[in-house]
Write a protein that binds this ligand. Structure first.
Ligand code: ZN
Length: 244
């Protein structure tokens, strides 16, 4: 399988999530699709891979934080793979009619949520409500993940909860397996930080730690949500171009 980076992730304050294209024979799969402001970059990245958004059959969303999921509509023919608990939470958020109600629900679902992110999520859910609602309208396009682990199009989809309530990671087989782990690990810097350090942004800290321990045992190349890939055994950075 060949992996190409459509958009390289960056940490706060630039804050953009990595988006990746996986190709294998006829398969075209994308993992995470950035926020609205990344639209041109994602389309440019696809064009550089001679791939039209309409050719993408699978769009896996590691989770429904805004920086990972706002361009779903670009991939009009893709099956959208997302954990059912992420969708359930989004439905609950969209039923809230007041900012206070939204804030309360977000705080209830995050043990740690820095004020900056709380403000951004609230702003997104109020200013772009229709975009998020559209994600839920065409239920036939959603593939709701319920199992711990499943294979889809030759990819492994595994639950990695902690950062968010229904976070997913995507395993790409090969001589050197690659795991695209979204914000289960945000960056190499995050990976190398002492394990006892409490996550600054998470649904559940204990689950986040459990997930990170599991990722450490996969002995693979890890693509974090917001930084360069790295070898999980050695901690050495791996350039995006070497993923293929
Ligand atoms: Zn996130």
């Amino acid at each position: 399988m060949r992996i190409d980076c459509l958009q390289q992730g960056a940490e706060f304050p630039r804050l953009q999530a990595s988006a990746l294209l996986i190709r294998d024979g006829g398969l075209r799969a994308v993992v995470d699709c950035g926020e609205r402001s990344s639209r041109v970059a994602i389309l440019t990245g696809l064009a550089g891979c001679q791939t039209s958004p309409r050719e993408v059959e699978l769009l896996v969303l590691t989770h429904l934080h805004f920086d990972h999921c706002e361009n779903v509509d670009l991939f009009e023919r893709a099956l959208v793979v997302v954990h059912w608990r992420e969708v359930e939470l989004l439905e609950r958020l969209l039923r809230e009619t007041t900012v206070d109600g939204l804030r309360a629900l977000l705080l209830e679902h995050h043990q740690a949520l820095p004020p900056f992110y709380l403000r951004r999520i609230l702003q997104k859910l109020t200013d772009h409500r229709d975009d998020y609602a559209r994600l839920l309208v065409d239920r036939g396009r959603l593939h709701l993940v319920e199992r711990e682990q499943q294979a889809l199009g030759g990819l492994q989809i595994v639950q990695t909860p902690g950062h968010s309530i229904g976070h997913l990671a995507v395993g790409v087989p090969g001589d050197r397996p690659v795991w695209i782990v979204g914000d289960a690990v945000t960056s190499l810097r995050d990976w190398l930080a002492p394990g006892s350090e409490a996550p600054t942004f998470c649904w559940n800290a204990a689950e986040a730690h459990r997930t990170r321990r599991a990722i450490g045992q996969w002995e693979s190349v890890v693509v974090p949500g917001h930084g360069s890939p790295f070898d999980a055994c050695t901690g050495a950075p791996v350039p995006f171009r070497d993923l293929r």
